[in-house]
Design a protein around this ligand. Structure first.
Ligand SMILES: [Zn+2]
Length: 359
């Protein structure tokens, strides 16, 4: 008993948690309560994108709450400059592969993603993104395809997957198909909702919410703020089930702003992502048996911040490419197992470190 309270005391001091949180965490360790994993990826967000968004946001970012920071190398199996399929596969499946490939390595070996491995251990799972749900990054967590462009095949694999909740765009890949199938009709276990309110009130086992028929628009073009609101909803759903969970969150369009060399596009999308980080942090605070990892899959645009007014915090930047770069990207982590994520390592280690947490 004395040892028990002593360990609470240690935990309290080292993690800066409240007494009740510490007891909750200590009890969860004692009973081997599994770790919830929230992986948040801002596509194309290197240090300059994060810096620009932080200043644009009045010189504040939820990332400043993290104490463990690492860097990941993003090169793929065949290129110094990765694409989102190869980097998504590295983080989801733990293997390097060629650009454009999802869930399959260079020797044609198929991999199970961390999401699937979690599901096999009795986890629930969710995905929320601001691109279509079949885009390369989310697809890396539930599909195995030799080309990221095979959207209809990826949609089919999602329909057969273990995923329990999703929010994202791209309904057409499920309903307007060359094989004439309507996957939404075939997904019998699923309820498809048309709003966040409907998502919240649904009691179905699996719930999907298509926010758009095609790719969702950018925030500037009128997409309603979604990531923080949707994340709150999906976390509530996962938390209401009596199981641990794996959740993927992607701020998909930071990358598209980079490809457009449009700094306002980049910062507005990242500021939305930052709000979602705030939601996730609150969840970790209330549920200490959770690991939260926030990172990117690569940098896009070769952005440098080259001017701006220090009193107005209005960063101005210059892009050096319309494509991706090989710059390492930061990894921020907090919660159970977060210490593993400090240091410099390959993107495949993101998978290994998450996996070691659920073993
Ligand atoms: Zn890109």
């Amino acid at each position: 008993m004395r040892l028990f309270f002593f360990s609470i005391y240690i935990t309290l001091n080292s993690l800066n948690l409240s007494f009740s949180q510490s007891i909750k965490l200590e009890l969860s360790k004692k009973n081997k309560v599994p770790t919830n994993i929230i992986l948040m990826i801002a596509d194309g967000a290197g240090l300059s994108q994060i810096t620009a968004a932080t200043y644009e946001n009045g010189n504040k970012s939820n990332l400043e709450n993290f104490r463990v920071v690492g860097l990941q190398k993003t090169h793929s199996a065949n290129s110094l400059i990765t694409d989102s399929a190869a980097s998504g596969t590295a983080m989801a499946c733990g293997t390097k592969t060629t650009n454009g490939t999802i869930g399959i390595d260079t020797k044609n070996k198929f991999y199970e993603s961390i999401l699937k491995i979690c599901e096999k251990k009795g986890y629930n799972s969710g995905i929320i993104v601001t691109s279509s749900i079949v885009h390369a990054t989310p697809a890396s967590f539930y599909a195995n395809v030799n080309s990221r462009a095979k959207y209809q095949e990826i949609a089919y694999q999602l329909s057969k997957s273990e995923v329990d909740f999703f929010i994202g765009g791209g309904e057409k890949h499920f309903t307007k198909r060359n094989d004439k199938k309507n996957l939404m009709n075939e997904m019998k276990e699923w309820e498809f909702v048309k709003s966040i309110d409907q998502f919240d009130s649904s009691t179905s086992k699996k719930v999907g919410y298509f926010i758009s028929y095609e790719e969702p628009p950018s925030l500037i073009e009128g997409r309603k703020p979604l990531l923080d609101i949707g994340l709150k909803s999906i976390l509530q759903k996962l938390d209401s089930r009596d199981k641990p969970f794996f959740l993927l969150v992607e701020g998909s369009q930071v990358d598209w702003g980079g490809h457009d060399n449009d700094l306002e596009y980049v910062t507005s999308e990242y500021i939305e992502f930052d709000k979602a980080i705030g939601v996730a942090l609150k969840f970790v605070d209330e549920n200490p048996n959770t690991l939260l990892v926030v990172t990117a899959d690569h940098e896009t645009g070769g952005l440098g911040i080259t001017s701006g007014n220090v009193k107005k915090f209005n960063p101005k930047g210059r892009f050096s490419t319309k494509g991706h770069t090989a710059s390492m990207v930061p990894v921020f982590s907090i919660g159970l197992g977060s210490k593993k994520f400090s240091g410099i390592y390959d993107n495949t280690e993101i998978f290994n470190k998450m996996k070691s947490q659920i073993e």
